[in-house]
Design a protein around this ligand. Structure first.
Ligand code: ADP
Ligand code: MG
Length: 258
């Protein structure tokens, strides 16, 4: 058992012969923000996708809120084996995790409001009126009260990403994962999305954020993790990992993004 919201224990992920995650250990306390940095190809997206069970891990264990993800333990005498969970149970576990991607993936033929309503009705079986009320509240919270009836094509990238965040929040997640949420945005639109994420962090949401926004990491992260070649090379508070990195690989990376 664990009191962390997220715990990765010796997690491995292989794609064929490509050994992408090579023993990742990570603990994210409830209500904290973990920012994950690292060069392209180091396995950051794969790590998030494993936590969210979009990918099956090859070895190790992932716990979210103390619950083993994707498997259950079955005792055979002395030996404990892992048995895959039924897809229905995996879906239930996944429903507690919100994910925001670089690309917003909104339904183009739905308005902002409809985009935030629909999953609530389909997945959570909320009534349309309850879902609409919740969607209005969340769109207001991300600063889009006056854009609810706009279609994605009528919104800027920053506005679309804020709709995507509202849509994830509408599922009442215990944990939010962000995979480079501002990387596809024009520079002048990055700030409005980071502001929404900062607000969410101060409301107590547990978050893991993959980003190259070092300023955001300094300001918001409780823990910064530097990943390279499928392992966590260095982790700690921003003042340590970003401002006084111990490892050469961290210094090399930071010299490129700062
Ligand atoms: P990052 O997000 O840090 O840039 P990724 O997790 O996207 O890194 O990728 C890490 C490695 O895993 C890369 O070598 C990539 O080619 C490989 N990879 C990621 N997803 C898949 C997949 N679905 N099938 C095969 N290889 C993959
Ligand atoms: Mg990635």
């Amino acid at each position: 058992m664990t009191t962390s919201m997220v715990e990765l224990q010796e997690v491995h992920k292989e794609f064929g012969h490509n050994h992408v995650l090579r023993g990742v250990n990570l603990e994210v306390p409830a209500g904290s923000v973990c920012v994950m940095l690292g060069p392209s190809g180091s396995g950051k997206s794969t790590a998030l996708r494993c936590i969210n069970q979009l990918e099956e891990i090859t070895a190790g264990r992932i716990y979210v809120d103390g619950e083993l993800m994707g498997y259950r333990e079955v005792s055979h005498g002395e030996e404990v084996r892992l048995q895959k969970l039924h897809p229905r149970l995996v879906a239930q576990q996944r429903a507690r995790i919100g994910m925001v991607f670089q690309r917003f993936n909104l339904f183009p033929h739905f308005t902002a409001l409809q985009n935030v309503v629909e999953a609530q009705v389909q997945v959570l079986k909320r009534s349309r009126s309850e879902a609409t009320e919740r969607a209005r509240h969340l769109l207001d919270r991300v600063g889009l009260a006056d854009r609810m009836d706009h279609y994605p094509a009528q919104l800027s990238g920053g506005q679309q990403q804020r709709v995507a965040i509202a849509r994830a929040l509408a599922m009442d997640p215990d944990l939010m994962l962000f995979d480079e949420p501002t990387s596809a945005l024009d520079p002048e639109l990055v700030g409005e999305v980071l502001a929404v994420m900062k607000d969410l962090a101060s409301s107590g949401m547990t978050m893991i954020v993959v980003t190259h926004e070092v300023g955001f990491a300094r300001e918001v992260a409780d823990q910064v993790v530097f990943m390279a070649d499928g392992v966590i090379v260095e982790q700690g508070p921003a003042q340590q990992v970003i401002d006084a990195p111990r490892e050469q690989r961290t210094r090399d990376f930071l010299s490129k993004v700062l």
